[in-house]
Design a protein around this ligand. Structure first.
Ligand code: F6P
Length: 323
């Protein structure tokens, strides 16, 4: 019987379980044997491999995290490590590997495909930093988690007439900050793609104060480079201003957990199913994603070579709406 292996790698993201479920159920439906590889590429090298059946993925569509666990592996980054991985996959008869993760995980899948393993990448990361797809699994849920936090912070910010800086994740991608900032009505959104200096935020604060705004929310992406000292630098600069009582909230890993949103569950189900369809068609080294609401597939190397474009139109619009 032909076998498919599935693993989750890198930072976990809500909806990964829904993707695992879709891969396992579709694969079994089409007559494949399925192995779950635990702890990503590290677990592959440690042979943490278990056969999965229909019930292994029962009751997981609503759960955050990943039942297969995730990690980052140094050994897999070496040629020797990858050769060992191929030997282990051969031992289990796993000819096809589905990798759910971000760019680092896709890079690993691409290298494995060059060693003869048929690989398919499913984008799973809260960062939404893969250029070839409009959305990655986990992004929508993380935006909603941030939004929930912003709304709560807004309540207390308003009660105390404060400036609240909310630092969000995303590495070098500002999408989490942009979408949550827009939806949360933030006064300022600071992203890595558009360099803003501290003075500019201070100037904006003065303008809004003059206009009678008593409190404000600043959403700051962790990767923003214009403000070298991060939230602390911003806080110190703003604290010099009259009437500025500033607080910082670093949301951290709360953004990575929680039940996946319906959008993430639907996306994960579609992409997991598509990955198996591609395997049936005999395709390898492909990345599945979504463009203009349609499921797409692309050469994984090409997908990795595309440069993510920041949506400046939305950014500018958010600025207009927050005057
Ligand atoms: O890539 C997902 C992500 O949550 C980033 O937004 C963040 O910078 C990073 O992972 C945090 O990594 P770790 O969980 O290893 O601290």
């Amino acid at each position: 019987m032909k076998a498919i292996g599935v693993l989750t790698s890198g930072g976990d993201a809500p909806g990964m379980n829904a993707a695992i479920r879709a891969v396992v159920r579709s694969a079994i439906y089409y007559g494949y044997k399925v192995y779950g590889i635990e702890k990503g590429y590290k677990g592959l090298l440690d042979e943490e491999i278990v056969e999965m059946d229909l019930s292994s993925v029962g009751d997981i569509i609503q759960r955050g995290g990943t039942i297969l666990k995730s990690s980052r592996s140094e050994e897999f980054k070496t040629e020797q490590g990858r050769e060992k991985a191929v030997e282990i996959l051969e031992k289990y008869g796993i000819e096809n590997l589905v990798v759910i993760g971000g760019d680092g995980s896709f890079h690993g899948a691409n290298l494995l495909s060059k060693l003869g393993v048929s690989t398919i990448g499913i984008p799973g990361t809260i960062d939404n930093d893969l250029a070839y797809t409009d959305y990655t699994i986990g992004f929508d849920t993380a935006v909603n988690t941030i939004l929930d936090a912003i709304s709560k912070i807004r309540d207390t910010s308003s009660s105390h007439d404060r400036v609240n800086i909310v630092e969000v994740m995303g590495r070098n991608c500002g999408d989490l900050a942009l979408y949550a900032g827009l939806a949360g009505g933030a006064e300022s959104i600071v992203v890595p793609e558009i360099e803003i200096k501290t003075e500019e935020i201070v100037k904006r604060f003065r303008t809004t104060q003059k206009r009678g705004k008593k409190h404000s929310i600043i959403v700051l992406a962790e990767g923003a480079t214009g403000i070298k000292g991060g939230a602390r630098e911003l806080k110190d600069a703003l604290a010099e201003e009259d009437n500025a009582d500033v607080r910082i909230t670093v949301l951290g890993h709360v953004q990575r957990g929680g039940a996946p949103s319906s959008a993430d569950r639907v996306l994960a189900s579609k992409l997991g199913n598509k990955a198996v369809e591609l395997i049936i068609e005999g395709k390898s080294a492909r990345a599945v994603g979504v463009k203009d609401n349609k499921v797409i597939e692309m050469d994984i190397e090409e997908a990795l070579s595309l440069k993510k474009e920041f949506d400046e139109e939305i950014y500018e619009m958010a600025k207009v709406l927050s005057i």
